[in-house]
Design a protein around this ligand. Structure first.
Ligand code: GDP
Ligand code: IMO
Ligand code: MG
Length: 422
């Protein structure tokens, strides 16, 4: 049976964690395919909040959870996350692909140094070492999970990498490196020992499960417009959060992906730098940020907020092939007299219905809006679309038609039960 992939349709933080947890109830496996602990996925069950950065959100449901080859793994974060779940009485049933690359503390220092120095344009990264780790992978210099769990290989790889990283940090960035090759080896060999039991060929296990008719959910991290190729480069992450990234990031044929669920926040948010055409930089934007509690799950930074952007969503549809959509945080828009949706842009006086391919073009885009009558408070117990106010349904119908994918889920609160199905 083909798997289902959950994809962020905007700039991340759309609510992928909530929907992954919601869909995980009926899944056998939940698999992460890209990014690392730059992700922050929130799951709320019976008032209890779980913030997951690396472990697939299916872990809360006790499902088999896999971390694919395309993920970059920070072993410190992983150990902390496993311990935190254990304190809640959750024992993760986890597998990690030996090909996944490992984030080491020098990646974090390089990430922060690149942001703070004058050498690069500031991107506003999460400083989790994501870019430098993927860079080492592309340079064929990275350290993989298979190395972490094998002390001799770890020693060899650190001996090759550490002196170079130290030199760059100290001589280019002027940063004192607070760890030695020996201290790194000691710490990481011990962590590798603890994590060795999780080593599993995720590509093989996932393909076998799919062939046996098991239900597999692929959990995307980040969002479409943070994609390294198709996002607002250079204000992007270093991986591929779009649906085809699931195939490469796990090691499965693209044909094994059936459903693609696009997660769409009912408005737009972005953390970090980069163009954002519908951004609201006024008091209303501030109020929306407060009402939506739009502060980063990973870094706590205030998220920039703006109206829903259809040129973005049409482009996300083209890049991902959504078979359905989940519209999130509709409750945050309740009580407004009027809602706005960007239907197209004007770029140098020309009407554009898609997201411009160049970041310069996005910077020049002037959003053009259609106004909708607002709706009053939503019934928090609503379970069916028909139980939502007429004005809310009109807004949703319009989005559905313009994006060209069915809305199958509407989320009206952070809790697992605050979910409407169409
Ligand atoms: P992710 O990175 O895509 O998983 O999203 P985050 O977890 O970073 O951010 C989404 C935030 O919105 C979290 O705090 C969720 O608990 C919360 N959330 C998700 N769905 C809803 C919803 O329908 N309404 C409200 N008010 N909050 C929601
Ligand atoms: P989830 O999975 C929102 C953003 C950062 C920065 C850019 C590059 O929770 O949706 P990086 O640390 O990846 O090198 O930062 O990408 N970013 C995210 N923004 N949600 C995320 O993940 C993000 N992961 C990275 O803010 O602008
Ligand atoms: Mg998040």
């Amino acid at each position: 049976m083909p798997g289902t992939v959950v994809i962020g349709a905007q700039f991340g933080d759309e609510g992928k964690g909530k929907i992954t947890d919601f869909l995980a109830e009926k899944a056998d496996y939940v698999v992460r395919f890209g990014g690392g602990n730059n992700a922050g996925h929130t799951v709320v069950v019976e008032g209890k909040q779980f913030k997951l950065h690396l472990l697939p959100s299916g872990v809360v449901h006790g499902k088999r959870c896999l971390i694919g080859a395309g993920v970059v793994v920070d072993p410190r974060t992983l150990m902390e996350e496993l311990a935190a779940l254990e304190r809640e009485g959750i024992q993760a049933d986890l597998g990690i692909d030996p090909r996944a690359h490992i984030i080491l503390p020098y990646h974090n220092l390089l990430d922060a140094a690149g942001e703070e120095g004058n050498h690069h344009e500031k991107i506003g990264t999460t400083k989790k070492g994501i870019g430098p780790c993927y860079a080492d992978k592309a340079l064929r210099q990275g350290i993989r999970f298979e190395d972490l769990i094998e002390p001799n290989r770890l020693k060899e790889k650190l001996a090759r990498n550490y002196p170079i990283k130290k030199k760059v940090l100290e001589q280019i960035y002027g940063i004192r490196v607070p760890f030695t090759e020996e201290s790194l080896f000691k710490e990481y060999a011990a962590v590798g020992e603890k994590l060795r039991a999780y080593n599993v060929d995720v590509s093989l296990e996932t393909c076998t499960a799919l062939d046996q008719g098991k239900k597999v959910l692929f959990e995307g991290a980040q969002g479409t417009f943070l994609d390294n190729d198709f996002g607002t480069y250079p204000f992007v992450t270093s991986s591929h959060p779009i649906s085809s990234g699931a195939a490469v990031g796990v090691g499965i044929p693209t044909g094994k992906i059936g459903k693609v669920v696009g997660i769409v926040k009912a408005y737009t948010t972005r953390v970090g730098e980069g163009p954002f055409p519908t951004e609201l930089r006024d008091a209303f934007g501030e109020a929306l940020r407060k009402k939506g509690n739009e502060f980063g799950t990973t870094t706590g930074r205030p998220r920039r907020v703006g109206w829903l952007d259809l040129p973005m969503l049409r482009t996300a549809q083209r890049l991902n092939g959504f078979t359905e959509l989940a519209v999130m945080k509709l409750d945050v828009l309740a009580g407004l007299d009027e809602l706005k949706v960007c239907t197209h842009y004007l770029v140098n006086g020309k009407e554009i219905c898609f997201f411009p391919y160049s970041t310069k073009g996005v910077e020049l885009a002037q959003p053009q809006y259609k106004a909708f009558k607002g709706f009053k408070d939503l019934n928090p117990k609503a379970k069916k679309l028909a139980q939502l106010p007429k004005e809310a349904r009109t807004y949703l119908k319009f989005v559905e038609k313009e994006v060209g994918a069915r809305i199958s889920i509407v989320s009206i609160g952070p809790g697992r039960e605050e979910t409407v199905q169409a």
